[in-house]
Design a binder for this molecule. Structure first.
Ligand SMILES: C[S@@+](CC[C@H](N)C(=O)[O-])C[C@H]1O[C@@H](n2cnc3c(N)ncnc32)[C@H](O)[C@@H]1O
Length: 209
C-alpha cells in the first residue's frame, strides 16, 4: 500500500471510530474505546486491547465452513466482547470469550447484558485454560506472543482427547501463524483485510480418525 493510500485508510478508520464511539455511548455500550492495562508490565508476552471491526468479523465468520447452529465459538483474548457479539449474531449455538484482564471482562459482561446476549465471559490465562474441548471454532486477534501461541496450539490439539472434532482456528493478523503450522494445523485459506492492510488465516486441525 502506498503512503497516500495508507493515510487515506487510516483517516477513514478514525472517522469510523469516532462515529462508532458516539453510537456506543448513546446505547450504554463500550467496545471501541482504547484501554491500556497494567498487565503489560506484569505478564510476559501480553498484547493489549484493540477491537476487531464488526464488519470484518462478520466476514471472517462467514468464511468458516461449519454450521454455526451446531458449533461453539471461543474468542481467545476476548477483550470487551465485540467478536462474541458477532458470533452470536451469526447464529453460533454457544459463544464464550476468555481474557486475562478482569477489567475488560467486566466491560464485556456489561455489554452482553445491555444487548441481552448470552455469552460466557471467562477470566483465564489462555496458556492454562482447561476448557478448550467445549468449542469448535477459535478466534485470535494477536493476543499474545510466540511461546503462548505454541502452548495454546498444543492445548487445542490435546482437547481432542476430551471431544474428538474438527478444530477451526481463525487467526486475524497472524504474526505467529507458523506456530499452528509447526503443530500440524493445515492452512485452509488466507483472506485479505484491506481496511487494516493485513490478512486472516484459517487453520484446520482435523478430527482424529
Ligand atoms: C488485540 S485484543 C483482541 C480483543 C478481541 N478479541 C477483539 O478482537 O475485539 C487481545 C486481548 O487478549 C488479551 N490477552 C492477552 N494475553 C492473554 C492471555 N495470556 N490469556 C488470555 N487473554 C489474553 C488482552 O487482555 C486483550 O484483551
Amino acid at each position: 500500500m502506498s503512503q497516500h493510500e495508507s493515510l487515506r485508510v487510516r483517516g477513514r478508520r478514525w472517522v469510523k471510530f469516532f462515529g462508532q464511539y458516539v453510537d456506543e455511548r448513546l446505547h450504554g455500550l463500550d467496545f471501541s474505546l482504547f484501554y491500556v492495562s497494567d498487565l503489560h508490565r506484569k505478564v510476559d508476552e501480553f498484547h493489549g486491547y484493540s477491537m476487531t471491526d464488526a464488519g470484518a468479523m462478520r466476514k471472517m465468520l462467514s468464511a468458516v465452513p461449519v454450521a454455526p447452529a451446531e458449533s461453539a465459538f471461543l474468542d481467545v483474548g476476548c477483550g470487551k466482547g465485540m467478536c462474541m457479539r458477532c458470533a452470536l449474531e451469526s447464529g453460533y449455538a454457544k459463544v464464550a470469550g476468555l481474557d486475562l484482564d478482569e477489567h475488560l471482562l467486566s466491560i464485556a459482561r456489561r455489554n452482553m447484558e445491555r444487548l441481552k446476549l448470552n455469552a460466557q465471559c471467562i477470566q483465564a490465562n489462555a496458556a492454562e485454560f482447561q476448557g478448550y474441548g467445549d468449542y469448535d471454532v477459535f478466534y485470535f486477534y494477536n493476543p499474545f506472543g510466540r511461546s503462548i501461541f505454541h502452548q495454546v496450539a498444543e492445548k487445542l490439539i490435546e482437547s481432542q482427547k476430551t471431544r474428538n472434532r474438527d478444530i477451526w482456528v481463525i487467526y486475524y493478523h497472524p504474526v505467529f501463524g507458523d506456530e499452528f503450522e509447526k503443530s500440524g494445523y493445515l492452512l485452509q485459506k488466507e483472506l485479505p483485510d484491506t481496511t487494516r492492510d493485513t490478512v486472516t488465516r484459517y487453520y484446520l486441525y482435523p478430527k482424529a480418525a
